[in-house]
Design a protein around this ligand. Structure first.
Ligand SMILES: Cc1cc2nc3c(=O)[nH]c(=O)nc-3n(C[C@H](O)[C@H](O)[C@H](O)COP(=O)(O)O)c2cc1C
Length: 348
């Protein structure tokens, strides 16, 4: 069997049509956001299936010892791939965590023929290309309530809930973010991993470029400080508070285990892409759930119903140019197409 790495142009390799469609979806899904832009996934396309595997060599040991954020990131990629397939008029049957003996095999997508053209899939497909994390202060305009409802619906359709945090609960988020940053700032492993993923990794098309991050500043809920500087106090009374009109959502799942984390990622993707399609800006906030004490606080805020998987900051984009897009690894490193020269070409 001849295994070839995929190249950036999916049509450059002679493979059967189902594999080609799946490979193109895998390539599109490389734009998925991931924790610190680690892109902890590997796609393997063979005949009419695409396997999504976790790449544990990219797991962050300091903030993600259980692989929760890695699995959420892969869930985002899974949803991106599904959107790409549907936008290309293709249906796929998705089998999540199909092999109990192989926990790194997170999903198998099987080509399932053609589907009708869907305007929603087209909008979300366009949003994949346009979306980026926007950590700048949001504009001082409220997020229209009907758009918030659409985000909730999107999460629900993807299998999880989007809990919109009530104003009276914002201090819970502030304290949760404070817990994480206080613990992480003094953790040498965290500082070393942060330095790697905001520095040396960038040349390979991965990691968080500093021109995509924004000053923490005075915000009701502080954002993660990628610069490693001291964020200062997290409760403010001054007039220059940014993000006053931000909304905060928490993706909530039924179970706190890999199956739930994968679905959380799919729902996060649905929320982020829908927000982009609605002209909203977003950034994910996993610091809210990286610390077990913070997770307990968030869970209490949810009335002990469901499990908080990840936070998301939502708002009307600030003025000025949008932040640059973070780079991605080349497709040949993350999407592999298996070619069997003895098999006759088959498929759609
Ligand atoms: C599971 C997960 C956790 C993330 N956590 C944070 C976070 O705590 N703070 C933050 O600013 N961005 C966070 N992000 C956003 C990533 O840093 C971002 O997606 C990545 O750097 C790629 O950039 P892009 O979103 O602009 O494509 C997270 C994304 C994912 C999927």
């Amino acid at each position: 069997m001849d295994t070839r790495q995929h190249h950036d142009s999916p049509t450059s390799i002679r493979v059967e049509p189902a594999s080609r469609v799946l490979a193109a979806a895998g390539v599109t899904a490389l734009r998925a956001p991931s924790i610190w832009n680690t892109q902890p996934w590997h796609w393997r396309i063979e005949h009419d299936t695409a396997q999504l595997r976790a790449d544990r060599s990219r797991q962050l040991r300091s903030i993600d010892p259980d692989g929760r954020l890695l699995t959420i990131s892969c869930g985002v990629a899974l949803h991106h791939a599904d959107v790409a397939l549907r936008a290309a008029g293709t249906a796929a049957v998705i089998d999540r965590l199909p092999d109990g003996d192989d926990p790194d095999l997170l999903a198998v997508l099987r080509y399932a023929g053609r589907v009708e053209w869907s305007p929603t899939a087209q909008r979300l497909r366009r949003a994949i290309a346009a979306r980026r994390s926007d950590r700048r202060p949001f504009a001082d305009e409220p997020v229209p309530e009907h758009k918030v409802d659409r985000l909730r619906d999107a999460a629900h359709r993807a299998g999880a809930d989007l809990h919109i945090v009530r104003p009276q609960d914002l201090t819970t988020l502030t304290v949760a973010a404070g817990h994480a940053s206080a613990a992480e700032r003094t953790d040498p492993q965290y500082r070393a991993e942060l330095a790697t993923w905001t520095g040396t990794r960038l040349e390979g098309g991965e990691g968080v470029p500093l021109d995509t991050v924004a000053p923490v500043g005075a915000r009701p809920v502080p954002i993660r400080d990628f610069t490693g500087a001291d964020p200062g106090p997290s409760i403010y009374s001054g007039i220059d508070v940014m993000d006053r009109n931000a909304r905060y959502g928490v993706i909530v799942t039924d179970v706190d285990e890999p199956a739930g984390w994968l679905v959380a990622g799919e729902a996060l993707s649905a929320v982020l892409l829908t927000a982009t399609a609605e002209g909203l800006a977003t950034s994910a906030m996993s610091d809210l759930v990286e610390n077990s004490a913070a997770r307990v606080m968030l869970r209490r805020m949810l009335g002990n119903v469901g499990h908080p998987a990840i936070g998301v900051r939502i708002g009307v984009p600030g003025h000025g140019a949008a932040p640059p897009q973070a780079p991605r690894r080349p497709a040949k490193d993350a999407v592999e197409v298996v070619v069997d020269p003895d098999e006759p070409l088959q498929g759609p």
